[in-house]
Design a protein around this ligand. Structure first.
Ligand SMILES: NC(=O)C1=CN([C@@H]2O[C@H](COP(=O)(O)OP(=O)(O)OC[C@H]3O[C@@H](n4cnc5c(N)ncnc54)[C@H](O)[C@@H]3O)[C@@H](O)[C@H]2O)C=CC1
Ligand SMILES: O=C(CO)COP(=O)(O)O
Length: 326
């Protein structure tokens, strides 16, 4: 569900493994173009769909023909997507998402949103980790974490995605931690981009990644996660990927802001979802709700939502009282 770059890439990987896969998108014209050209020219040009991949804009028929439903819409569309799916679901359905983020305006974890909308009867799962869509489609080696409420679902979906040549799936029982990693790393990636845009150098970028990981871990532990999760694919893995490579839209967004562009211009130029923009507000809400100090995320929030000058934000971080590491 969701024919953007990541939804298409995951559908592509499943189909390349020979699993019959239906890709649904809300824009009929776009889906028709995909069906005719057998590629997603807008997001992943040049990658011809495997034979097992079909596209369809009719939600009802896609759900009726499916067992496992993989939701890959941006976080702001997550609740609406599940609300549209709910009346179409039958007892055999299982729902997994690869959306990274929290619920806008409440900061709730997406599992909470899913359980509220769908109830507790369907097996649920989340996929998260360092996975740029383009590299997956190119068949370059990639690894990801998967967490589920149901062990059979976890095993079966991991097996569908797993590909000995290029795609490795790690099961992780820490559902909360796997979800949190994807949301917080987007915020820190904006910070890394900002620092690089300001010309701060490799020391600053690395300090942001390391202290960003400490903030993520602190929040996760407060919410009952296993700290080891944050040393895995959905934690450190995704944090390093998005903070250091310009394929990341969140990092590029930060770079543009650091070079003096406005939020609106930077988002417009990227032309795709910049999850970290909303995630910054979501993480701000959640961390304040549970009383966890996240100084880097807070400074990024001040830059994005209160027009704080990025250099002043960096100075505010450096000027904090001395403390012990941890
Ligand atoms: N692109 C990547 O490499 C990765 C993306 N993700 C996550 O995947 C999610 C989706 O991102 P991308 O596909 O990259 O974004 P994208 O910008 O490439 O595409 C977004 C897609 O979502 C669709 N969409 C927007 N609102 C919708 C709605 N209300 N209902 C249905 N569809 C809607 C758009 O039509 C578009 O097809 C995000 O949470 C992102 O963080 C996660 C890992 C890697
Ligand atoms: O989540 C991603 C890679 O794991 C993609 O990152 P961006 O959304 O920053 O492009």
């Amino acid at each position: 569900m969701g024919a953007g770059s990541y939804g298409t890439a995951l559908a592509f990987c499943l189909a390349r493994n020979g699993k019959p896969t239906l890709l649904w998108g809300r824009d009929e014209k776009h889906i028709q173009a995909l069906a005719e050209s057998r590629e997603n020219a807008r997001y992943l040009p040049g990658a011809t769909f495997p034979d097992a991949l079909q596209v369809d804009a009719d939600l009802e028929s896609v759900v009726a023909a499916s067992v496992d439903i993989l939701v890959v819409v941006p976080s702001h569309a997550f609740a609406a997507m599940l609300t549209s799916l709910k009346p179409l679901l039958k007892p055999h359905h299982r729902v997994i998402w690869a959306t990274k983020g929290l619920e806008p305006k409440t900061g709730r974890l997406l599992r909470e949103v899913a359980e509220e909308i769908l109830g507790l009867d369907y097996p649920l799962a989340v996929l998260s980790g360092p996975t740029f869509a383009k590299e997956m489609v190119a068949g370059l080696p990639t690894a990801i974490s998967l967490s589920s409420t149901d062990d059979t679902f976890a095993d079966e979906f991991s097996a569908k995605l797993h590909c000995a040549k290029s795609f490795r799936v790690y099961k992780n029982s820490d559902f909360t931690g796997v979800q949190l990693g994807g949301a917080v790393k987007n915020v820190i990636a904006i910070g890394a981009g900002l620092a690089d845009g300001l010309g701060f150098g490799a020391n600053a970028r690395t300090a942001l990644i390391t202290r960003g990981l400490a903030e993520l871990t602190r929040l996760g532990v407060k919410l009952g996660s296993n700290p080891e999760t944050f040393m895995g694919m959905a934690g450190l893995g995704d944090l390093v990927l998005t903070c250091t490579d310009n394929q990341s839209r969140n990092r590029r967004f930060g770079l543009a802001l650091g070079q003096g562009k406005s939020v609106d211009v930077a988002i417009e130029e990227i032309g795709q979802v910049v999850e970290g923009y909303r995630n910054t507000e979501e993480v701000h809400i959640l961390s304040n709700k549970v009383g966890v100090e996240m100084p880097i995320c807070e400074q990024i929030y001040a830059v994005l939502y209160h027009d704080k000058n990025p250099k002043e934000a960096a100075l505010a971080l450096l000027g904090r009282d001395l403390r012990t590491e941890g």
